[in-house]
Design a protein around this ligand. Sequence first.
Ligand SMILES: [Zn+2]
Length: 577
Amino acid sequence: MKLFLTQIIFAFLFISTVQGQKISYKYPQNRSFSVDEVTEAYRSLQKNYPKQCSLQEIGISDIGRPIHLFIISDDGNFNPDAARKKGKLVLFVNNGIHAGEPPGVDASVKFSEDLLSQSKYKKLLNDVVICIIPFYNVDGGLNRSCCSRANQNGPEEYGFRGNGQNRDLNRDFIKTDTRNTQAFVAAYQQWLPDIFIDTHDTNGSDFQYVMTLITSQLDKQNRYLADYQRKAFLPKLYEDMKKRDFEMIPYVNFRGNSPESGIVDFLETPRYSTGYSTLFGALGFVTETLKYKPFPKRVEATLAFLLSSLELMSTEKNALKTARKKALDDISTKQIFEIAWQLDTANVDSIEFKGYETEYRESQFGLDAKQLVYNQDKPYTKSIPYYKRYIPSVTVQKPSAYIIPQSWHEVVDRLLINNVKLSRLEKDTMISVEMYYIENYETVKTPYEGHYLHYNVALRKAYMPIKFHKGDYVAETNQIANRYLVETLEPHGTDSFFAWNFFDGILQQKEWFSAFSFEPLALDLLKNNAFVREVFERKKQEDAEFAKDHWGQLYFIYKMSPYYENTHNRYPVGRVP
Ligand SMILES: [Zn+2]
């Protein structure tokens, strides 16, 4: 029955495609494509335009269903190297990462169809190759229902946010727990797009705009790309969207109770899609259409954004190429990297905002409570504060290379799929390196995306010879993946592999001592080692509790003895200065 319905829908939508005439795709009103339907839609396009587009499988999702990439390339060459050689730019669009937020899924079909069928877009396709993931969170897309997003104004059915492992794929880019992310990263690394767009819906407050936009945070963005975006790309993009009747506002991430208290630029660390794309020097955008607006409007707005971005890419082709080249050269050669950021609250701008008046009404719950509501009958345009500047809170001088012991193979696997250039030691080798000791850290109390994240990591650096083994990996920091390397391998980075628990093994001491048998050794050490004696006596004087604590004193001496394992809390990745 389901198949039969699908056939009817597609017979309607693509009837003229089959006959080779002008395509008569209609907006699906309050309906969104299912995973199977959207795949079928792209198959139809491939069938009708075999020389200009190709539907490829890039991997499987956690529940074993294929994830697709639809490529539009007017010369029939679907190879990224060939496209780069021809000087073409790459636009990469990701849809359905949150399967309950589907405007991009539907808009991208219409976008592809228009580009392929209408001659006015021919010029754009000369300049740009377009890669579209039709439905990324396939698993969530199969878990379809009417209602998992409360108050969303259509479509009548949509998918669920979590994937097969109930992971939020838009937190998985760095840790790559899911097969979905493995597939994405492999495809992304092949194409290394100039512009990356991830399509979403948003909720929160209510306001007049259909489309809000997260631009990869500009202070965190590569300086050449940020400069280019501020001066040229973004003003033109906002202006063009206004002309298309979809005036945009930056993503409404507000301080306080309502947008009037001010919008704060969203800081996306590399766990997020555009945080990830920023590591590799792309202009990153997350479209966030407001879920209280009707679904067809949200589809239309997303379509307008895709067209606007593509047209701008084409007109800005040379400037964009120049900025991108500078950015990639910069990533490969710069010495200091910023790995954590904080909002600069002293630096506040203002922005014109079209909202609705807020008022407090009595709660209908019979409680003595007031409820904040947005009054759609009272639209306003006001200037509100806009906090859009961030300052780096942690910076790191890159080493000339990282040495990653092969035992940490989960980390090595992630470096490999991210196209990090690695060599391997040919034999066991002693190398003088900087090593970090984890002096302190905190850990969240409840699991977050399948992990217990560490934060507030304090480090001590020590320079020492370390024996690395034949086959251990060396990552030189003279490559496009530099920023990825620094942000994942420096343990105090917000989204480092250490933060995401990949190195938790080092945090546990493996060998201990018995007090009765160690006490004579401890006394010997105090007697024969002046340094140990001095440090121990000072500690006793400074710490009254310690002065009475027999076991504590033994452990203190044990940690300064040769019996204590020197790998405890020692972060295993070496930094070659
Ligand atoms: Zn979302």
